[in-house]
Each structure stands twice: as structure tokens, then as C-alpha cells.
Design a protein around this ligand. Structure first.
Ligand SMILES: [Mg+2]
Length: 287
């Protein structure tokens, strides 16, 4: 795997040749640095402006893809008229788009019960807490002491085991988190493929998908894109990543996005000048 700067010449050629870009961006650890508590992962105003500008470009389509609940990631990002994918793809919403996974809806009562039990179980452990995200739940233990982390892991497994054995839920692990999800193989990757199909139906024509993410859950999307897209892993969190390129930090993600914007603006300028020349020629001809 290359660093993004080493791969930039080939990426630039692909981006320039593309008629349209579909930009899929993870939120935590990709657009914002990893912080102690998810509520502190605020988007920098510069990044928000950048996303807004990208989303206004004619040939660029932007989606923020997150493990957070959809409303949460929409509120944190705060950019209108782009697509938001929440709960690792189980819910998504954008202009002319809306989807909620049916199995996720069905699983909600079971999840409610698990949320209640887990909240009780980890309440005595400082730094461990349960985030109820509607269609999924997360056990966070980043802030717990080492002994607390171990205890939280054990309690978590104890509570979820019966549900997992009955295949009522699915368990996944992330960066110092465990998640309980509906028993359905619907991932960020499935959601990205679904969106690309839907987008193709809404506005036909070739599109170059670009996916940037930092977590294990983003690997499904890297796999879904394969060679037809450009995949970028953020940070050194997963040395076995399937992404084609790597950047070190959310700051480098920002510079990459600025480069994409510049290419798009320049090609729009060129198209504008071409149109202008055509108009001038037509005027000259008719004179
Ligand atoms: Mg992330």
C-alpha cells in the first residue's frame, strides 16, 4: 500500500478523467481527530466549509458515512443537501434518498432490552458507558482504567451471549468499543454499493467513488469499492487494511479534499472558458 502522496500522480489522473466523483467520508477519526468522548469530536469550521464547497461542485456528490446514529452525524457535520449514512449503513438519508434496513427495525425491541441490561451492568465502572444509537448500541471503554476495561469487556460478553447464541444480534469490535447490531450482514460496504446503484439510477454516467475511513468497519467499504474506486485509510490503526492508499491524519484528509476541490474548480473553469469561446464564435459567425 502506498502513501497518498506517493500515489498522487495516478490518483490525479483518475480524478481528472472522471466525469463525476462520489465522495464517501467517515466522520470520527477521518474528518475529526479521535477524542476521549464522541461528543467532543467537533468538525473544524474549515472542514465544514470545505465539505460545503465540495458538495456545491457540479460533478461531486458527498456522503458522510458513520457508525453514529444518522441524526447525530448530521447534527455534528452540519452541512445541508448531502447524504448521511448512520449506524454503519442501517439508515441513510439524502436528497431524493431514504433507507432504513427492515431487519434493524425489527430488532429494536431486543436492542432496547440489551441497552437496559448493559447500562445497569457497566454503571459501576468509571469510564465505561453505553451509547444507545437506536438501531445499534455501543459500549465505550476508552476512558476506563485497565482493570475497568477488562471488567467491562467481561460484563458485556456475559449480557450479550444469550442474544448472540440465539442469533438475535451480531457483535462487532472497533477502537476500544464493542457494538451490538441487528443480525444482518448490512455494512458500510453494502450501504456504499446501495448508494452507488441508486445514484446511477438517478443520474446515469460513470462515477469514480472515493472512500476515506480509519476504522475496522470501513474495511467493508474498501472491499466493496475494490479497484473501481479509490480507497484511503487514515492513520496506522489497521496495518492489514485493504485500502489502496494511506494518510496519517485527519489533517492530511483535509489537504486531499482541498486538492480534489481544486481539480474540480479548474475543470469547471476550463469548461466555462470553452463555453465562452463557443458563444464568442457563434456571435462572430452570426455577425
Ligand atoms: Mg472512524
Amino acid at each position: 500500500m502506498k502513501t497518498l502522496s506517493a500515489g498522487w500522480p495516478e490518483i490525479r489522473e483518475r480524478v481528472r478523467a472522471a466525469e463525476a466523483l462520489a465522495l464517501f467520508l467517515d466522520y470520527d477519526g477521518t474528518l475529526t481527530p479521535i477524542v476521549r468522548h464522541p461528543s467532543q469530536a467537533r468538525l473544524a469550521e474549515g472542514t465544514r466549509r470545505l465539505l460545503r464547497k465540495l458538495s456545491c461542485e457540479k460533478g461531486i456528490w458527498v456522503a458522510v458515512v458513520s457508525g453514529r446514529a444518522l441524526e447525530d452525524v448530521r447534527r455534528m457535520t452540519g452541512v445541508a443537501r448531502i447524504c448521511y449514512v448512520g449506524n454503519h449503513g442501517l439508515e441513510l438519508e439524502g436528497p431524493n434518498l431514504r433507507y432504513v434496513n427492515p431487519m434493524a427495525k425489527k430488532c429494536r425491541p431486543v436492542l432496547r432490552r440489551i441497552v437496559r441490561r448493559l447500562k445497569e451492568a457497566v454503571a459501576p465502572i468509571p469510564g465505561a458507558w453505553i451509547e444507545d444509537k437506536g438501531f445499534t448500541l455501543t459500549l465505550h471503554f476508552r476512558q476506563a482504567a485497565p482493570a475497568g476495561k477488562k471488567l467491562a469487556r467481561g460484563l458485556f460478553q456475559g449480557v450479550v451471549r444469550p442474544y448472540r447464541e440465539k442469533k438475535q444480534v451480531r457483535i462487532t469490535a472497533g477502537k476500544e468499543v464493542f457494538e451490538v447490531r441487528p443480525p444482518v450482514r448490512w455494512t458500510k460496504g453494502t450501504a456504499v454499493s446501495w448508494l452507488l446503484d441508486r445514484r446511477a439510477a438517478l443520474s446515469p454516467g460513470p462515477v469514480l467513488p472515493i472512500y476515506i475511513g480509519d476504522d475496522l468497519t470501513d474495511e467493508d467499504a474498501f472491499r466493496a469499492l475494490g479497484k473501481r474506486g479509490i480507497s484511503v485509510a487514515v492513520g496506522a490503526g489497521n496495518p492489514l487494511t485493504r485500502a489502496q492508499y494511506r494518510v496519517r491524519s485527519p489533517a492530511e484528509v483535509g489537504s486531499f479534499l482541498r486538492r480534489l476541490l481544486l481539480i474540480s474548480e479548474r475543470s469547471a473553469d476550463r469548461a466555462g472558458r470553452r463555453d465562452q469561446r463557443r458563444v464568442q464564435r457563434n456571435i462572430a459567425r452570426s455577425a
